[in-house]
Design a protein around this ligand. Structure first.
Ligand SMILES: [Zn+2]
Length: 254
């Protein structure tokens, strides 16, 4: 019966072929490229959440806020004591050093006329440093893109006399960490000393004076050729102050 044998043979071949076909995916581990299409994002849908910026990272210049001055972070704080008087027998105990540069300020050496001021001329009580930086930060937050404010001499590392032997005319006060010389903002916006009255931006300078008054300054000496004003017992015109204001804070004992 050759035809039956032929049919059986054909069936066996067919079954073997079918078996091979079924077995083929197991034998071939290569994935079929179109087997699992990636999900297509909907138009406008965000594929992944935006990365969260790290704290302190700034991709673009951040607008100033009137909060805590960023320059506080660079300072080694102490609880300082101002002994004696600013102008006699003054000493500074556990003073705080103002850094040479900050986001809101630069320091200016009044003898060499350059940035920065020398390290030993930049010491004050913690209250003085805090007052300076809070006032200057609030001023810069209020006025868009004004230059940094220049700070000249404070006191020596441990206070004491700061007379002519330390350069220039010297200071009769600045002895116990309560005094600071602050440069007037310049009309041309340069971060330098305004060495003559015509260079001073009077409006910005008055705003700084007002802010130091509001912060409770005891005395602010200003140039007699400038037109700066304030409470008559606080804001006082004094010779040699046309190129900087001298701010003195109260000695608060604690
Ligand atoms: Zn001074």
């Amino acid at each position: 019966m050759p035809s039956v044998r032929l049919a059986v043979l054909a069936l066996v071949v067919l079954l073997a072929a079918a078996g091979l076909a079924r077995a083929r995916p197991l034998q071939d581990p290569t994935p079929i490229p179109t087997a699992t299409p990636a999900p297509t994002p909907l138009p406008g849908a965000t594929a992944a959440p935006a990365p969260t910026p790290l704290p302190g990272a700034t991709a673009a210049p951040t607008p100033l806020s009137a909060g805590s001055p960023p320059d506080f972070a660079e300072i080694v704080w102490n609880r300082s004591r101002a002994l004696g008087q600013p102008f006699s027998h003054g000493r500074l105990v556990d003073g705080v050093q103002l850094p040479e540069l900050g986001e809101d300020f630069f320091t200016w050496d009044p003898i060499f006329n350059r940035i920065p001021n020398r390290p030993w001329r930049r010491w004050g009580t913690d209250r003085l440093i805090r007052t300076l930086l809070e006032v200057i930060h609030a001023y810069r937050a209020e006025h868009d893109s004004v230059p940094r404010v220049g700070i000249m001499d404070l006191s020596r590392t441990q206070g004491g006399p700061f007379g002519p032997r330390y350069g220039g005319l010297g200071h009769s006060s600045h002895q116990n960490g309560l005094d600071a010389d602050v440069l007037y903002p310049r009309a041309d916006g340069l971060e330098r000393r305004a060495y003559k009255p015509s260079l001073v931006d009077q409006q910005l300078a008055q705003d700084l004076v007002d802010r130091f008054v509001a912060a409770g300054a005891q005395k602010i000496f200003v140039g007699p050729h400038l037109h700066l004003h304030g409470p008559h017992n606080v804001v006082v015109a004094l010779v040699y102050h046309d190129d900087h204001m001298h701010v003195r804070i109260h000695n608060v004992t604690r």
